[in-house]
Design a protein around this ligand. Structure first.
Ligand SMILES: NC(=O)c1ccc[n+]([C@@H]2O[C@H](COP(=O)([O-])OP(=O)(O)OC[C@H]3O[C@@H](n4cnc5c(N)ncnc54)[C@H](O)[C@@H]3O)[C@@H](O)[C@H]2O)c1
Length: 322
């Protein structure tokens, strides 16, 4: 059986492709290269195109005899989604709908959906578990929640087996070539400032958290990738049918604490210019989102194995030097 990985040339997708190949799966990638990088998936067939192109998707599924799909292709920047909601509804919702339509017509039986902690919105609990009510507070999070619901509805109608995996804050890389090249996530955003000898930026330090800055659950991208490989195998074997699960470490780290680790790892902690600057809050950032990771451990026997320092060190090793 082969797997189609949409968004496989992206940061997380390329790690998922590597983990699935290491687990012995045949993989083909569909990616429109809007943010993806072709070189990341040099080892596997790459079809350049969009999930919105139903005909292309159906042909790809047919030609590669695909029975399982891992769907990561999406837009992911919270702030941008507040400014440009319709492009998020097009790529993340309509893109998924087209993909599911093609998958149903071509006999795909297993589907892994890339969801996000953004579906929870502002929670008032120490740890969010999968029974915590989903109240996304930005268009990005709403597109992910709609996506989960769409996948579940299709599964109920067709018998599709699925796993919707809610990633928390992803960081790190397996090898420098697979590193995150975007700067919408905290770690690369801070690297970019530090290499320019500019202070890292904290968006708001007046949140109701222990140091006033947002608290997140950071998870190594290699852990995310191994969870996908485990979910794909369990779906293919019919061991799971309808999993919705957090992928996190269950440990809250504040933005200020994360910046302190980054300053240490980059060797800039002693420099005055590396002291963070505090700006206004960004629209759509909830104060605290930390996972309970019990459901995925129970379903797949998976748990995170990397810590925050390993995430930052690997990401720094993959950061392009002048
Ligand atoms: N990075 C995170 O912290 C994080 C957290 C939670 C969830 N996610 C989700 O993980 C997935 C991957 O994120 P990432 O960080 O690797 O981002 P990324 O931008 O590196 O990867 C997305 C990939 O999808 C491709 N793509 C986008 N729209 C497409 C379309 N319509 N058709 C085909 N390809 C398309 C892009 O070219 C890119 O290669 C996304 O669904 C994102 O919402 C990411």
């Amino acid at each position: 059986m082969s797997w189609l990985v949409t968004g496989g040339a992206g940061y997380i997708g390329a790690h998922v492709v590597a983990a699935m190949r290491a687990a012995g799966q045949d993989v083909v990638v569909l990616d429109d290269l809007s943010t993806g990088i072709e070189k990341r998936v040099a080892q596997v067939p790459l079809v350049v195109g969009s999930t919105l192109d139903r005909e292309l998707v159906a042909r790809t599924l047919r030609e590669h005899r695909v029975r399982g799909v891992v769907h990561l292709a999406a837009k992911k920047a919270v702030e941008e989604s507040v400014r440009e909601p319709l492009s998020y509804y097009r790529e993340n919702v309509e893109g998924l709908r087209c993909l599911l339509e093609a998958a149903a017509s071509e006999g795909v039986d297993s589907f892994v959906f890339s969801s996000s902690a953004a579906v929870y919105g502002e929670s008032d609990v120490e740890q969010v578990d999968e029974r915590t009510q989903c109240r996304p507070i930005n268009p990005y999070g709403r597109t992910k929640l709609i996506g989960e619901q769409m996948v579940a509805d299709v599964a109920a109608a067709t018998g599709l087996r699925y796993a919707s995996l809610r990633y928390f804050n992803v960081a790190g890389c397996a090898t420098p070539e697979l590193a995150d090249r975007g700067v919408s996530n905290l770690v690369p955003m801070v690297f970019q400032r530090l290499v320019q000898q500019q202070p890292p930026v904290i968006f708001g330090d007046d949140y109701s958290t222990h140091d006033g800055t947002c608290v997140r659950d950071f998870i190594h991208v290699q852990d995310i990738a191994s969870a996908h490989a485990a979910a794909a195998a369990a779906l293919a074997e019919g061991r799971i049918t309808d999993l919705v699960a957090n992928i996190g470490r269950g440990e809250g780290v504040s933005v200020r604490e994360m910046i302190a680790v980054i300053r240490e790892v980059t060797g800039t902690a002693g420099a005055e210019w590396s002291e963070p600057t505090v700006l206004d809050r960004r629209p759509g950032d909830p104060p605290r989102v930390v996972a309970s990771a019990e459901v995925i451990e129970g379903a797949l026997g998976w748990r995170a194995s990397f810590g925050v320092r390993e995430m930052v060190e690997s990401a720094w090793a993959g950061w392009p030097r002048p």
